[in-house]
Design a protein around this ligand. Sequence first.
Ligand code: C2G
Length: 130
Amino acid sequence: MKKVITYGTFDLLHWGHINLLRRAKELGDYLIVGLSSDEFNQIKNKKSYHSYENRKMILEAIRYVDEVIPEHNWEQKIEDVQKHNIDVFVMGDDWKGKFDYLKEYCEVVYLPRTVGISTSKIKNDLFSVK
Ligand code: C2G
């Protein structure tokens, strides 16, 4: 079984996230998502609208996602890759190059980001709606 992992906050889930998850799953048979905890979001300087538990519930309802694990820090990826016997690590290409150190442990794939949608765009567009 070819195992894939990806990480993120996945708040205000949108079609760009789904595009990423779909393509990540196409690279293997089993997709794990390392979901940023509420505390780690603070370290990432990201405020998520939905709590970790609710973001986890939403992700677990997606057909492409097989398992959700917590992402607590920047340093856990090597351990996660080894512990879960990961074959492929996937991220959107806004992270291109940032996780190349994982090439020692698994394949590293950066997929093109979906243009035209982002959580911050959703927030900005909603905020400007009168
Ligand atoms: N993404 C995408 N297209 C978009 C928006 C997001 O492909 N229009 C991808 C991102 O590149 C990322 C994933 O969807 O691979 C999740 O996005 P975020 O929740 O914004 O993830 P981020 O905050 O970048 O966290 O350790 C890694 C970090 O946890 C990544």
